[in-house]
Design a protein around this ligand. Structure first.
Ligand SMILES: *Cc1c(COP(=O)(O)O)cnc(C)c1O
Length: 216
């Protein structure tokens, strides 16, 4: 299925008004689909799997900002450390320590978001509020990571009240730790719930299926 260009243009306009950054989630989608959006000016793309990201990164223009949004195993950090733009899915301090180490080796600082678990589903990775406090207390130890905000996923639900209460917990944590950062990132909202997420304060949405069609 091809990229939905009309919808892309519409979403871009909607988001610009609220100064929300669009990350196009291209997991399981082809290099050609990505090029289509690239040619319309899209530069932020999100991927979930290290191997797939490496293959695409090698084939696509170097000015793409690659966001890693899937569960990241510590032993794979080294492969993406040289080029990744933002790791949105930091779900343990152990992972943060490894990102710091690999960033140091590459002589760079890697931007990271702390992934918070707010959804009802058991399977979604993420930190709780205690973990966030502990990591933020230690943040000064990690010189090669730049913790710039929060990422989270709401429950798989179309109940707006549930979505709102989960997003508002993410917003609360974001305000607590990052409101002083002018470039702080609150990444929440996907194809099915991004409008609610923006109403609750999101400044970055991660949209896949709405742009690229359903995944297999
Ligand atoms: C796949 C994925 C998305 C995009 O989901 P869509 O429903 O296709 O928009 C966003 N965030 C994360 C973390 C994902 O894994």
């Amino acid at each position: 299925m091809a990229v939905n260009i009309d919808l892309y243009n519409k979403i871009k306009i909607d988001l610009n008004i609220d100064k929300v950054t669009l990350v196009a989630v291209s997991k399981l989608k082809s290099v050609d689909d990505i090029k289509n959006l690239y040619n319309l000016g899209q530069r932020e793309f999100g991927e979930n799997y290290v191997q797939e990201l490496l293959e695409k990164q090698a084939l696509l223009p170097k000015d793409i900002n690659w966001h890693f949004i899937g569960h990241l195993q510590t032993n794979k950090v080294k492969y993406i450390a040289p080029f990744v733009h933002l790791i949105q899915s930091v779900d343990s301090e152990k992972l943060l320590i490894e990102i710091n180490k690999q960033a140091d080796k590459c002589n760079r600082q890697i931007n990271c978001l702390l992934q918070i678990h707010v959804a009802q589903e058991e399977t979604k990775f993420g930190l709780d509020e205690e973990d966030v406090k502990k990591i933020m207390d230690n943040a000064h130890l990690y010189k090669c990571v730049n913790i710039c905000g929060i990422m989270g996923m709401a429950s798989f639900s179309d109940n707006v009240q549930i979505l709102k209460s989960e997003f508002s917990r993410l917003t609360f944590l974001f305000n607590k730790y990052f409101s002083a950062q002018p470039s702080g990132i609150l990444s929440m909202g996907m194809s099915s719930d991004y409008i609610t997420a923006i109403e609750e304060g999101s400044n970055m949405v991660r949209i896949g299926s709405l742009l690229f069609g359903a995944r297999q």
